[in-house]
Ligand binder design. Structure first.
Ligand SMILES: [Zn+2]
Length: 249
């Protein structure tokens, strides 16, 4: 093969690799973000569990405070009752005391409900905290793996870029510029093999005569007559003989 064509073929292969590596690298931030989103779900679950637990504890504290206040009030009323002069007043205070006691009964019931409610909430909180710890470890390992992959990809990319410089230097300025122009205009592919007369870039077939010219040319670089891509002959693994029926001449 023409040495410059060889360099062009290598250039294309390197550029394909670069494109692939860049596409892989571009996925990295979203992969890390997916890990963080996974972690946030566990953080949210812990926050929800903590809020529910705290709300129940607060309700218990407030109810207990209310019981204390009511008891305090009852003591005051009992003190007053000892000093009243009329039966009417005495009865009124007795009613107040009874009402207070009923209220305390209800509040004590509420405290018990809170205490019963706290156990499952504490369990849920502990579970959520454990879940978050596990998720943190899992995410830490995953992110490390992603970062390792990123470092590997960057390393590969640098290697490709060095190889590209070498290949680029082996191509004349004229072909450098043609390569760049075709690559830009043809979706990143400037150099393609021709297999069984078919350009692997545009899938159009060359005439037998043109195919032989491309195949046998030692001192010239050929282009596809349809898409203009640089083409080079590539043998197929199983050689299929060209039947005379395919020959238009
Ligand atoms: Zn073509």
């Amino acid at each position: 093969m023409h040495p410059e064509l060889q360099a062009l073929v290598r250039l294309q292969s390197i550029d394909d690799q670069v494109t692939e590596l860049q596409a892989e690298l571009k996925k990295i931030p979203s992969l890390v973000e997916a890990e963080n989103a996974y972690l946030r779900d566990f953080e949210d679950a812990l926050q929800t569990a903590e809020a529910a637990l705290e709300a129940m504890q607060k309700r218990q504290r407030e109810t207990e405070g209310e019981i204390q206040m009511t008891e305090e009030k009852l003591r005051e009323i009992r003190g007053k009752q000892a000093l009243v002069k009329t039966n009417e007043e005495y009865r009124a205070l007795t009613n107040e005391i009874e009402a207070g006691q009923t209220k305390i009964g209800g509040l004590e019931e509420r405290v018990l409900e809170c205490m019963e409610g706290l156990d499952p909430l504490k369990n849920e909180f502990a579970e959520a905290r454990k879940g978050l710890e596990e998720a943190k470890n899992k995410v830490k390992m995953s992110v490390e793996k992603i970062k390792d992959a990123q470092a590997r990809l960057n390393h590969e990319l640098e290697k490709c870029q060095r190889e590209r410089e070498t290949a680029w230097g082996e191509v004349s300025a004229d072909w450098q510029s043609r390569y760049s122009t075709i690559r830009k205009g043809r979706g990143g592919t400037a150099v393609v093999p021709i297999i069984e007369r078919t350009c692997q870039g545009c899938r159009m077939s060359e005439t037998i005569q043109r195919f032989f010219e491309i195949r046998d040319s030692k001192d010239e670089i050929s282009s596809c007559s349809n898409c203009g891509r640089i083409i080079y002959y590539k043998e197929v693994e199983v050689e299929i003989p060209v039947s005379p029926v395919d020959d238009p001449d």
